[in-house]
Design a protein around this ligand. Structure first.
Ligand code: TXA
Ligand code: MG
Length: 320
């Protein structure tokens, strides 16, 4: 199959209406989208990504007003969070209505729903009129794409069209939030921080990021993995341990001088976690293509977006 890259929204609409899949830009990462109400389209998504069928997909809608069309019930806490953070990098796990195929949710009674903020995604959703199921547009297990070129690198030949909407501004996937017995549970750390959610709710949330028996099956440890071995921790001592190897370092702000690594990248020289998050996946991919033996990454501050960055680095690493 020939894979085209372009900015033609009408072409994307035409393909989606015909039950095809299209890679689309969102503010978090690029998604591989198909009509969430069309099982053929959903199957094509799983196939192109080589994604196991037990791993459910997030559906995307254009506005919070549509939550009731696809969810049986929308808890007050969900409405509050939707009001505050949607459109944006947050997904809500809600009891699904019949209309959502079981294939989308991998048999679960709950569906994850997100309202993306990217103007191109918004326009697509408005013009198609149906919800779009969209996992990140990368082959299963690899780093999520934050540009059309990244999608092309991974899915060339597997999908007909990549809609180019520039670089993703957030650069980390959405935060996934569930609701149980009046409690709000964060299942995946992402673009909206735990602190922001707690401030909005005026109460603490529970974190359930379990890797072994995840409530969110996609939280597998092997996710976001580059091909080169990646170690996370105290880079000064890791540099000693791995001396003699060709090392690429990913750090927040710091520059390492002794022993000097072959390659190094600051995710944000100014120490801005938002900027670091935006750069993370692009740099992980760049580093993966270098002529290095291993990647060493710093641990980021455990607050705000630093927690989501640490989570992704941990899943990409071989030592944690
Ligand atoms: O920012 C994002 O969320 C991006 C963009 C494209 O919207 N999408 C994304 O999708 O990251 P994906 O498929 O790569 O990750 C979705 C995660 C997976 O870990 C999946 O297991 C979980 O959400 N998930 C989706 N539906 C679920 C459900 N019904 N119950 C539990 N977990 C669910
Ligand atoms: Mg993914």
């Amino acid at each position: 199959m020939l894979t085209l890259i372009g900015t033609d929204i009408s072409e994307a609409v035409r393909l989606l209406e015909a039950g095809e899949v299209v890679a689309i830009p969102t503010e978090t990462v690029y998604g591989l989208a198909g009509n969430a109400l069309n099982e053929e389209a959903i199957l094509k998504i799983f196939e192109a990504k080589q994604r196991p069928r037990f791993n459910p997909l997030i559906i995307h809608i254009s506005s919070a007003d549509q939550l009731n069309d696809f969810a049986k019930e929308v808890p007050d806490a969900c409405l509050l969070l939707a009001e505050k953070f949607s459109p944006g990098p947050i997904s809500f796990l809600l009891e699904k209505k019949e209309i959502i195929p079981d294939l989308v949710t991998a048999g679960s009674s709950r569906v994850a729903i997100r309202i993306p903020a990217h103007p191109v995604a918004q326009e697509l959703l408005k013009r198609t009129g149906f919800p779009l199921a969209a996992p990140s547009a990368n082959p299963f297990g690899y780093v999520s794409p934050v540009s059309a070129a990244h999608v092309y690198q991974g899915l060339n030949g597997m999908i007909p069209y990549i809609l180019d909407g520039g670089e993703s501004k957030v650069g980390l996937e959405s935060t996934i939030v569930g609701f149980k017995n009046g409690e709000v549970i964060v299942h995946r750390l992402g673009g909206v921080t735990v602190e922001e959610i707690e401030a909005a709710l005026k109460k603490p949330v529970r974190l359930d990021l379990n890797h072994e028996r995840p409530d969110t099956p996609g939280q597998l440890k092997s996710h976001y993995a580059p091909n080169l071995p990646l170690w996370v921790g105290d880079v000064d001592s890791l540099l000693q341990v791995h001396s003699g190897k060709k090392i690429a370092v990913i750090s927040f702000q710091k520059k390492y001088v002794y022993p000097e690594p072959a390659f190094q990248f600051n995710l944000s020289p100014d120490g801005d976690l938002r900027e670091a998050a935006r750069n993370l996946f692009r740099i992980l991919r760049e580093v993966d293509h270098l002529d290095a033996d291993i990647i060493l990454a710093e641990r980021f501050p455990e607050s705000g977006l630093g927690r989501a960055i640490n989570d992704r680095l941990k899943r990409a690493s071989i030592n944690v």
